[in-house]
Design a binder for this molecule. Structure first.
Ligand SMILES: CC(C)(COP(=O)(O)OP(=O)(O)OC[C@H]1O[C@@H](n2cnc3c(N)ncnc32)[C@H](O)[C@@H]1OP(=O)(O)O)[C@@H](O)C(=O)NCCC(=O)NCCS
Length: 215
C-alpha cells in the first residue's frame, strides 16, 4: 500500500518538495510509502520539464488533471510564493482532494504542534512548542518558529528566517530569507517582510516592509 501524491508546480520549489518526500521514504518511518504520481503545472518552462524528467517523475499535465485524479490522491502544493499558493490552493480545494503534509527527517517540530493539511517543513527547520500552523504553510530550510506562535494558512517562512515566540502571522504572509520577527509581533494578511529585515513593530495588512528596523 502507498499514499499517492501529486505535486503542484514543476519549478525549483516543487522539486525541492519532491526531494523531501523522497527523504521521508528513505527513512522507512512511515508505514505506507509515499508514491509521487507526478507533477502538474499550468505553464511549466522547458527547463523545468527537463529537470522533472531528470528526476524520473511524470509531468501529468495542467492543474485541471486533478479533477479526474484517482480516488485517494493527495495534493502537495509545490509553490514557493504564498499568494500563488493561496490562489491555486483555493482553486484546487474545489476538486475535493485531501492535501498531504510532509516534514523532512532533518527538521524538528514540537510534539504539541497543531497544523492544517498541506504543511511542508524543509530540512533544518525548527518549530518549538505550542505552535499552530494553518493549511499549506511552508517552512523553508533552517527557518525557525518560536513558542506559542500562530501562522495562518499559506504562510511561507523563507530559508533561515526566525519567527520569535508569541508571533502571529496572518494568511499568506511571506517572511523573506534571513529576516527576523521579534517576539509578540503581528504581521497582517498578505504582507511581505523583505529578506534580512528585522520586524520590531506590527506590520499592517498587505504591506511590504524591509530593512533594520523594518519599515
Ligand atoms: C523586499 C522585497 C519584497 C522587495 O521586492 P521589490 O519590490 O521587487 O523590490 P526591488 O527589487 O524592485 O527593489 C526596490 C528597492 O528596495 C531595495 N530592496 C529590495 N529588497 C530589499 C531588502 N530585502 N532589504 C533592503 N532593501 C531592499 C532595492 O535595493 C531597491 O532599492 P532602490 O530603490 O534604492 O534601488 C524583496 O526584495 C525581498 O526581499 N523579498 C524576499 C525574497 C526572498 O526571501 N527570497 C528567497 C526565496 S527562497
Amino acid at each position: 500500500m502507498s499514499t499517492d501524491v501529486v505535486i503542484v508546480g514543476c519549478s525549483g520549489h516543487g522539486r525541492e518538495v519532491y526531494s523531501i518526500v523522497q527523504a521521508v521514504n528513505e527513512t522507512g518511518a512511515r508505514q505506507e510509502a509515499v508514491r509521487v504520481l507526478g507533477f502538474v503545472d499550468d505553464a511549466p518552462s522547458e527547463r523545468n520539464l527537463k529537470l522533472v524528467q531528470r528526476l524520473d517523475v511524470a509531468y501529468l499535465g495542467r492543474v485541471d488533471w486533478l479533477r479526474t485524479a484517482p480516488a485517494g490522491t493527495h495534493v502537495l502544493l509545490g509553490l514557493g510564493h504564498p499568494g500563488v499558493r493561496q490562489r491555486l490552493g483555493r482553486r484546487i480545494d474545489g476538486y475535493g482532494l485531501p492535501a498531504f503534509s510532509v516534514v523532512h527527517p532533518d527538521a524538528t517540530v514540537g510534539r504539541d504542534l497543531v497544523h492544517g493539511e498541506g504543511l511542508v517543513v524543509f530540512p533544518g527547520a525548527r518549530v518549538t512548542t505550542n505552535v499552530t500552523l494553518g493549511r499549506h504553510v511552508h517552512l523553508n530550510q533552517n527557518a525557525t518558529v518560536g513558542h506559542d506562535s500562530v501562522l495562518e494558512d499559506y504562510v511561507s517562512v523563507n530559508p533561515s528566517a526566525a519567527v520569535s515566540g508569541d508571533c502571529h502571522l496572518a494568511e499568506a504572509v511571506l517572511i523573506g530569507t534571513c529576516a527576523a520577527v521579534l517576539q509578540g509581533r503581528r504581521v497582517g494578511p498578505g504582507a511581505t517582510v523583505g529578506a534580512s529585515a528585522c520586524v520590531v513593530r506590527d506590520v499592517p495588512d498587505g504591506t511590504v516592509v524591509k530593512g533594520v528596523p523594518a519599515r
